[in-house]
Design a binder for this molecule. Structure first.
Ligand SMILES: CC(C)(COP(=O)(O)OP(=O)(O)OC[C@H]1O[C@@H](n2cnc3c(N)ncnc32)[C@H](O)[C@@H]1OP(=O)(O)O)[C@@H](O)C(=O)NCCC(=O)NCCS
Length: 344
């Protein structure tokens, strides 16, 4: 697909163009300090930068290269470039980048890389990425680790024209097929799609804002969820509650909520955790896997030694989900089982 325009907090990422040549040549392709560990050689004149950008314009319409100019929003300056090129031998895209020297150590590379990986996972559906850096360039490794890569081993390579020899550290980033992500403003569109199909109450998994329009969701419901997770604007007797969405291949398929501590009502009622899975994804093990991921989060969030949950007696699937994750029935009444799971 054609390389799209992306946006992060401080940057616009847009496809590189030949018309950028003068600025890019002045900012970094002519700077030996920036090009030292890159596979290309320092550009001797702007014509070399133009030739590279002309090729980029062609390649950027393919499915094997996505390369962006990083434009700083505050002054429209092109501060660097980077992107993804498909590596046949690795069976995945390689992430690469370079930033002009004046802009090093300000978090721009991490910010751009995060935006690029978000696009690649959510739009392209990619789940594995490769990256490498020269051993004498450890700052690049720090960026890789910050965005989730882990070190896998060493390699050696030469620059494109053979004039430089590199000793590399290689990294892999594997996005789990299924993962939890806290409710956030960036994913608002997807989060609304999930919200819109949630009924007001299904087996005690409630949606008090059911029926809210998209506009209301964006303006009130989602900010409220984010606030609740931080303990802001909580109704009386409410404790902080974090809302996690269960993502699979760029789509939200479930929701898991963790209440940070127990009140008397929670202790004798619904407990710490509530969850629901989108109808078309039920019966496929996703609630069980999602609860396993949620329990790991709960270990960091909740104050008590045991997770309390409850389940309606006519909801055997949900009881099974909890039992499979190590919970036991602590007691019951005529409507519900009350389960507990020791975490420390
Ligand atoms: C309950 C809910 C979360 C289950 O989600 P799910 O993704 O279908 O659950 P899973 O596929 O992970 O697991 C369901 C388990 O229940 C079992 N199960 C399903 N129906 C069952 C039944 N009638 N009797 C016993 N076990 C049953 C399944 O076999 C499976 O266990 P297994 O993996 O050991 O085979 C989902 O139906 C839902 O969102 N319901 C609406 C909201 C809700 O009820 N939330 C929970 C409130 S406590």
């Amino acid at each position: 697909m054609k390389t799209p325009i992306l946006e992060t907090e401080r940057l616009i990422l847009r496809p590189l163009a030949v018309t950028d040549a003068e600025e890019i040549f002045a900012n970094w392709t002519s700077d030996p300090e920036v090009t030292k560990f890159m596979t290309y050689t320092t550009h001797a004149n702007v014509e070399v930068t133009k030739a590279w950008l002309a090729d980029e314009e062609v390649q950027n319409s393919t499915d094997t290269l996505y390369d962006w100019a990083f434009i700083r929003k505050c002054d429209n300056k092109i501060i660097g470039s980077g992107g993804l090129s498909y590596k046949e031998e690795k069976g995945c895209f390689e992430l690469g980048y370079n930033i002009m020297k004046d802009c090093w150590h300000q978090g721009y590379t991490t910010e751009a890389a995060t935006g690029i990986l978000k696009f690649a996972t959510e739009t392209l559906g990619e789940t594995k990425f490769f990256a490498r850096h020269e051993k004498r360039n450890p700052n690049s490794g720090k960026v890789m680790e910050k965005v989730g890569f882990h070190y896998i081993g060493d390699s050696e390579s030469d620059s494109l024209d053979g004039s430089k020899h590199f000793e590399n550290r290689e990294y892999i980033l594997e996005i789990p097929a299924l993962y939890l992500k806290e409710a956030n403003l960036e994913d608002a569109e997807q989060e609304y799609l999930f919200f819109a199909q949630l009924p007001a109450d299904e087996n005690g998994f409630t949606n008090p804002d059911c029926g809210a329009s998209k506009e209301e969701y964006m303006k009130n419901v989602l900010p409220k969820m984010i606030n609740y997770s931080k303990g802001i604007d909580l109704p009386e007797n409410f404790v902080p509650e974090t809302f996690f969405f269960l993502w699979k291949d760029g789509e939200i398929i479930g929701e898991f909520r963790i209440r940070h501590e127990l009140t008397e009502a929670l202790r004798t009622g619904s407990g710490h955790i509530g969850y629901g899975i989108k109808k078309e994804y039920r019966g496929k093990g996703y609630a069980s896997k999602g609860l396993a991921l949620t329990i790991e989060k709960a270990k960091e969030i909740i104050k008590e030694d045991e997770i309390y949950m409850s389940v309606n007696k006519d909801n055997p699937a949900s009881l099974q989900v909890q039992i499979k994750n190590g919970a036991h029935i602590h007691h019951e009444d005529d409507k519900k089982y009350y389960t507990r799971l020791k975490i420390r």
